[in-house]
Ligand binder design. Sequence first.
Ligand SMILES: *[C@@H]1O[C@H](CO)[C@@H](O)[C@H](O)[C@H]1NC(C)=O
Ligand SMILES: *[C@@H]1O[C@H](CO)[C@@H](O)[C@H](O)[C@H]1NC(C)=O
Ligand SMILES: *[C@@H]1O[C@H](CO)[C@@H](O)[C@H](O)[C@H]1NC(C)=O
Ligand SMILES: *[C@@H]1O[C@H](CO)[C@@H](O)[C@H](O)[C@H]1NC(C)=O
Ligand SMILES: *[C@@H]1O[C@H](CO)[C@@H](O)[C@H](O)[C@H]1NC(C)=O
Ligand SMILES: *[C@@H]1O[C@H](CO)[C@@H](O)[C@H](O)[C@H]1NC(C)=O
Ligand SMILES: *[C@@H]1O[C@H](CO)[C@@H](O)[C@H](O)[C@H]1NC(C)=O
Length: 737
Amino acid sequence: MENSRVSFSSLLALFLFVLFSVSNAQLSPSETRILFQVQKLLEYPQVLNGWSNWTNFCYLPPSPSLKIVCTNGHVTELTVVGNKGSPSHSPKSSSGKFAVSSQTLSQSFSLDAFFTVLTKLSSLKVLSLVSLGLWGPFPAKIDRLWSLEVLNVSSNFIYGQIPREIVSLRNLTSLVLADNLLNGSVPDLKSLGQLQELNLGGNHLGPSFPSLGNNLVTIVLSNNSFRSEIPSQLKNFKQLQQLDLSSNKLLGPIPSSLLSLPSIQYLDLAQNQLSGGFAANISCNAKLKLVDISQNLLIGKLPSCLASKSSNRTVISSWNCLSGLSSSSQHPYSFCHKEALAVKPPSKKKEKTSSIKLGLIIGIVGAVVGIAVVLGLLILLVIRRSKSTTFHVGKYDGSAADKMSVRSSSVPTIDSRRVPQTMRSAAIGLAPYRVLTLEEIEDATNNFDPQNLVDEGNQGRLYKGWLRDGSVVMVKSVKLKQKNLPQNLMQQMETLSKLRHLHLVSVLGHCIVTYQDHPSTATTIFVVFEHISNGSLRDYLSDSRKKDVLKWPQRMAITIGVARGIQFLHTGVAPGIFGNNLKIENVLLDDSLTAKLSNYSIPLPSKVGSESPLHGQDTNSFSSINAEKEDVYQLGVILVQIITGKLVTSSHELEELRLMLEENLAEGPSQLRAVVDPATRGTFAYESLRTTVEITINCLNKVASSRPSIEDVLWNLQYSIQTQEGWTSSGNLATHM
Ligand SMILES: *[C@@H]1O[C@H](CO)[C@@H](O)[C@H](O)[C@H]1NC(C)=O
Ligand SMILES: *[C@@H]1O[C@H](CO)[C@@H](O)[C@H](O)[C@H]1NC(C)=O
Ligand SMILES: *[C@@H]1O[C@H](CO)[C@@H](O)[C@H](O)[C@H]1NC(C)=O
Ligand SMILES: *[C@@H]1O[C@H](CO)[C@@H](O)[C@H](O)[C@H]1NC(C)=O
Ligand SMILES: *[C@@H]1O[C@H](CO)[C@@H](O)[C@H](O)[C@H]1NC(C)=O
Ligand SMILES: *[C@@H]1O[C@H](CO)[C@@H](O)[C@H](O)[C@H]1NC(C)=O
Ligand SMILES: *[C@@H]1O[C@H](CO)[C@@H](O)[C@H](O)[C@H]1NC(C)=O
């Protein structure tokens, strides 16, 4: 009895606890996924071992090397301290350069991609990633962690400049970038009004002393390449307790105000080239505990507050040229005098060329070659191509402009007679075509998060993504082997940029990336498509409620849209695009039920070398006619399903439906009416139905050459829709509904 009551109450407690943790401290699934991505991108460091799908990240016991704090289901603190070394403790190669070593993450690591993932933890206030072997240039996208208060990435291999964007982290109180490979000048940090702790020690920063906000409590700039005077403005730093400027090349006098700063406790100016003497009457702040001015070029006597022996204050002043001290630990006066004269502040011009020695040149190649380089290469290819075109056709006058506007004279360009004006301007409403950066693509797909993977076809993977402007897109990645890089890639990209039409899922832009992965170089092209929200024609026809929305006029509009999309693919771009994989699931509908063809054949060779000959432009005139008629046949299959409302799943079913249409058409109006999808009853003009059924039967002709051209199909459908409109406007629709 007693036992059961105890267990009941403990069960109740457990239940309440679970309830509480679910409602209050359960990490959101998306952030849980991000943490798993972090684990993976950090290459499964020991400290993150043992995470499973059952790990409640918000209740991990905090340790010095791992701490995760959640607030309202969001990670607000992430501290991970690994056991990899830092640059100063890593052996240098014989050339004096650091190479990616056992202390760094592997060559395939990308700090930028890692930060892309981290920035999704949008509530992060404390981010400490220490001794994890992070390497790469400091990503400017750090500014997206806008609520960050503590950033600690010490003891890694981050190189290049500190990005200016860091000053947008307005709530930053601690900025710790110590023991990395950062170089260049420090951006103006004055606007970081909340900043209390700044530790940039152990980098290659300089030469000018950084501009800092005067609320700082701790400033560590030691072991860098600062080579300027200590600014007298430091006298305004009323909160400053710790100032470590050791091991730089600072020069000029020590501002006397430093020793008497109201909060100063710890002052390390050792190992610089500070010169001159102290005024005798300088006073020190009472709390000053340590002063290290050793290994400078100081002369004269120490001020009394430094000279008098005090048990509470340590003063290290060896290896200057100070008088009144044991000469065994001081240089002669002439040494400092000579050296101080030799030291000149760097002139502004020299700053750029000043020899900030850099430990590291990245021997890494895993990274991405810039788009500019690729484009350069492409332009070369284009020039080569247009040269050969010149050779064969003799049409180019050789001007640079002509070389750039890629046209192949062997294939007819857009025939304006065949492409009505309305078609060419139909892509209105889309953002201008543009080339995107890899970063944007990574961002949009959350670093190719498997959760965003929609499809994997033989032309590549398809991801859903979100651009920074908030628009939803689909991103298709197409991998090309370098040796398969077509000579006419530039032409293909140009064609790609023209795939914008009212009745296509249009191409918004692309991104070309070349990975220098051994053993072979590979190029990936990301094609960014618009995202069509409302589902496919298949979704509509297979759902009885949705089906009801599609009355005959709507179906005719969809039919014409599909045909116009096909016509555009065939004749609106040069060379035409055939073999377009036309099926009802690839006909997408937007909010206004406008039909958009998706999954059509984009004019890029995929990694699968043996593409069907229907794809691309290496089709001779014979097979391209066949390919055109193949699309017409598939349009016929779509039409059958639109008319009958029945989904075709086999060629047998298709044949039955075709025969039924043929027979009922022959038998007369009432029989033909009977084959139509009941959901459209009473909404169609018989003439419209009859015309549509006729053209459908023709599209499904077994002999390809007997099928109508896409223009014929369009003409008939247009006639059909006209008769329908005439019928509707004379009031028939209303009376039948
Ligand atoms: C976690 O769950 C996902 C599917 O929900 C599964 O694919 C994955 O393997 C699981 N991981 C672990 C570590 O159990
Ligand atoms: C910065 O801190 C203030 C005060 O704590 C807070 O109100 C504000 O929301 C914070 N800003 C960001 C971007 O987190
Ligand atoms: C940053 O990390 C280092 C190494 O773990 C630690 O000593 C230091 O206290 C940290 N600083 C902050 C502000 O978190
Ligand atoms: C910083 O280092 C990079 C190589 O890591 C080098 O290319 C660049 O010139 C350096 N910048 C400065 C200002 O020294
Ligand atoms: C500065 O560098 C020296 C020698 O490389 C090293 O002994 C010392 O610990 C470093 N100090 C800091 C604060 O990084
Ligand atoms: C120290 O003496 C100089 C003149 O020798 C004077 O100008 C300065 O104000 C004095 N400073 C203090 C803190 O007494
Ligand atoms: C030294 O410190 C002790 C306690 O910390 C204090 O009582 C004493 O006054 C200090 N002496 C001086 C000279 O500041």
